[in-house]
Design a binder for this molecule. Structure first.
Ligand code: ATP
Length: 293
């Protein structure tokens, strides 16, 4: 198996490895159309390091959710494979926590009961469950809301519950599919800050799907850029912006604008174009502040 080189040149096994992965959907024959195949993912090779936050960006239909579902064990490749710690993924497991767009909370369970769900599945004793859920409810800033039901919470609060629920049973990997898409812009920035704070505290490996280039650049160590028809991995861009990022105003820095622009250019499908770094703040100004896919 391929390995990543650490700064000291010691080979390190990737936390997640995707090897020569293809996903083909067989479309049904319809009137006037023969049965066809649709290549959703083509020849994907990707490694995610232990403790890394990797973002997946790309246009609608490029296969981001399909890839995340395969990592979650909820979908399967047509050929090739995905591995966690060198072990082939063959189905869902508690080593992976999933946070989806739209919260997917159990409406009949309170905040605490939602957060404790995975712990119940793991048969963690009641007292310990309570300690753990209290810790994660506090971590996501929802102390005092333990006995509320999902319909009594705002969108941002529900998303925090979903994150606490995924973290509570201590998965090694967190898979997040556009988790902040359903909340307003201001709440989204607050949740991004929260996620970085939690990530720095818990050291989880995170794969984060987003339509927003800005979100990807703000959060990620590296951004995997996918293109559509068929879904291929175009480039993996390292984001060398300083951390912590959630304590300052990094989004308005020239460096941030430059990286965002680079990814935006990659998504404009201009192969082989040589990028020359524009000077200073003009880089950020040249890009739409709402640059998203
Ligand atoms: N069950 C299916 N049968 C046929 N085609 C499918 C099926 N599921 C997904 N696809 C196709 O596979 C491609 C990838 O879908 P996927 O949902 O992974 O894309 P995505 O990048 O997550 O899109 P979006 O950003 O819009 O959520 C799409 O073109 C979609 O139409």
């Amino acid at each position: 198996m391929a390995t990543l080189a650490s700064p000291s040149e010691t080979p390190v096994l990737p936390k997640i490895e995707v090897k020569e992965l293809n996903r083909i959907y067989h479309l049904k024959r319809t009137r006037g159309n023969d049965a066809r195949e649709f290549i959703a993912l083509k020849d994907i090779n990707l490694e995610v390091r232990d403790g890394e936050l990797l973002a997946l960006v790309g246009p609608s239909g490029c296969g981001k959710s399909t890839l995340l579902d395969i990592l979650a064990g909820l979908a399967f490749p047509s050929s090739g494979a995905a591995y966690i710690d060198g072990k082939k993924i063959t189905g869902p497991a508690l080593d992976r926590g999933i946070v989806l767009q739209g919260y997917a909370l159990f409406p009949w369970r309170t905040v605490r009961q939602n957060v404790e769900f995975g712990l119940e599945v793991k048969k963690v004793p009641k007292g310990e469950r309570r300690d753990i859920s209290s810790r994660f409810i506090k971590l996501v800033g929802l102390e005092g809301f333990e006995e509320r039901f999902p319909h009594e919470l705002s969108g941002g609060m529900k998303q925090r519950v979903a994150i606490a629920r995924a973290l509570a049973y201590d998965p090694e990997v967190l898979l997040m599919d556009e988790p902040f898409a359903a909340v307003d812009a201001q709440t989204r920035e607050i949740l991004q800050d929260e996620l970085l704070r939690i990530w720095e505290e818990t050291k989880k490996t995170i794969v984060f799907v987003t339509h927003s280039i800005e979100e990807a650049v703000f959060l990620a160590d590296r951004v995997a850029v996918l293109t559509a028809n068929p879904g291929t991995l175009k480039e993996v861009v390292s984001i060398n912006l300083p951390r912590p990022r959630h304590t300052g105003d990094i989004r308005s820095s020239a460096e941030f604008g430059w990286v965002r622009h680079k990814i935006w250019e990659l998504l404009q499908n201009r192969p082989g174009e040589v990028m020359v770094r524009p000077a200073g703040v003009a880089v950020a100004d040249a890009i739409s502040p709402t640059a998203a896919l």
